[in-house]
Design a protein around this ligand. Structure first.
Ligand SMILES: NC(=O)C1=CN([C@@H]2O[C@H](COP(=O)(O)OP(=O)(O)OC[C@H]3O[C@@H](n4cnc5c(N)ncnc54)[C@H](O)[C@@H]3O)[C@@H](O)[C@H]2O)C=CC1
Ligand SMILES: O=C([O-])C1=[NH+]CCC1
Length: 315
């Protein structure tokens, strides 16, 4: 009989998951996903169930990576919360199964995984699409994703300046107190993004907040919020002027308001750039539209589980 599942919760996931180990595994997984070899990866577009009464959505994100022996599902609830709400805007759990027997091996906190793998995917897009001489990073939004993006972008790049903007002053103040390095608080989006070489959008807004007229030609934008077909973070000018990359074409066409409503053309998946089958236009203005994928959760969960087992064998 299979052993009962282990439960690995927030603090332990945070201790076991490190960007330096996660990033290379994510790069490999994004490349595998874009090869569309069903003997290697099966990851359908997530199923979404609206939670109308609570202004939210449940996303189910099953993934099977045959050669890696990874079978997992993430359950993620995300909500359109008002500013005065103390309730979380994203809650997630990842279940890791044994693909041979079908039993559950581990149940893990998915918030840390979601924060870290999303920020790591944005950092991979910047590694491939941002100009190497980039000096200024701007972050729009000051929530959980803003903090994880600050951590990984300052860990792997050497920006001379990091700017942050939130639509509330309290949000900006909280963010500036939480981060361990320098950051300049900005009072408007325009102040934050003018002249920036890299821009990360991690807001819960449903109307455009970043306008193309303010974006420096050649800048790279990692667009992480606006994960519903009628939600926007970026305006039509930016979407049409930029070269657009996505994590998954099918996901983007089903879920990204910035792509669907602007009618912008998608040049490539980021995995295709990793595989060398599509070009990286570093000298042009680029947008990486991230929606989040099950393969990212699957490789993160495997990493956490492997590290947990390695630690357990030393006890
Ligand atoms: N692409 C992906 O893989 C993922 C995307 N997300 C999305 O990223 C976004 C940020 O997520 P979290 O940091 O977890 O949320 P959070 O609730 O911790 O932070 C959201 C931020 O948006 C700001 N905000 C709220 N309403 C706004 C408005 N009308 N205009 C401008 N700013 C506004 C808040 O002040 C806060 O700074 C959400 O849209 C979430 O759904 C989350 C997880 C994964
Ligand atoms: O990939 C993910 O976990 C999510 N994308 C949008 C909200 C949550």
């Amino acid at each position: 009989m299979a052993a009962p599942p282990v439960v690995i919760w927030e603090d332990e996931v945070a201790e076991l998951l490190l960007y330096r180990e996660l990033i290379p595994r994510l790069e490999e997984a994004l490349g595998k996903f874009s090869r569309r070899d069903s003997a290697e990866v099966i990851q359908p577009v997530r199923t979404i169930i609206p939670l109308q009464k609570h202004n939210g959505f449940l996303g189910l994100m099953p993934t099977y990576m045959e050669n890696d022996g990874v079978l997992s599902t993430k359950f993620v609830c995300f909500y359109k919360r008002g500013d005065d709400s103390n309730l979380p805007s994203t809650q997630a759990t990842v279940v890791l199964l044994d693909p041979e027997y079908g039993n559950v091996k581990a149940v893990m906190n998915g918030e840390v995984i979601t924060r870290m793998r999303t920020a790591a995917a944005s950092a991979i897009s910047a590694k491939l699409l941002m100009r190497p001489e980039a000096e200024v990073l701007a972050i729009l939004g000051t929530g959980n994703q803003a903090l994880s993006h600050y951590s990984v972008f300052t860990e792997i790049f050497s920006f001379k300046e990091v700017r942050v903007w939130s639509h509330t002053r309290e949000g900006t103040e909280r963010f500036c107190k939480c981060v361990s390095g320098p950051v300049r608080a900005c009072v408007s989006v325009e102040e934050a993004v003018r002249g920036a070489d890299a821009i990360v959008t991690v807001t819960r807004c449903t109307e455009p907040v970043l306008f193309g007229q303010w974006v420096k030609p050649g800048a790279h934008v990692a667009a992480v919020g606006a994960c519903r077909p009628d939600w926007r973070e970026l305006d039509d000018v930016l979407m049409k002027e930029a070269v657009v990359y996505v994590d998954s074409r099918e996901g983007a066409m089903a879920e990204s308001g910035d792509i669907i409503l602007s009618g912008a053309e998608v040049l490539a998946e980021i995995g295709e750039v990793i595989n060398g089958t599509k070009p990286a236009y570093r000298e042009k203005t680029t947008v990486f539209k991230s929606l989040g994928m099950g393969v990212e959760d699957a490789v993160s969960a495997k990493l956490v589980f492997d590290q947990w087992n390695a630690k357990a064998s030393k006890r």
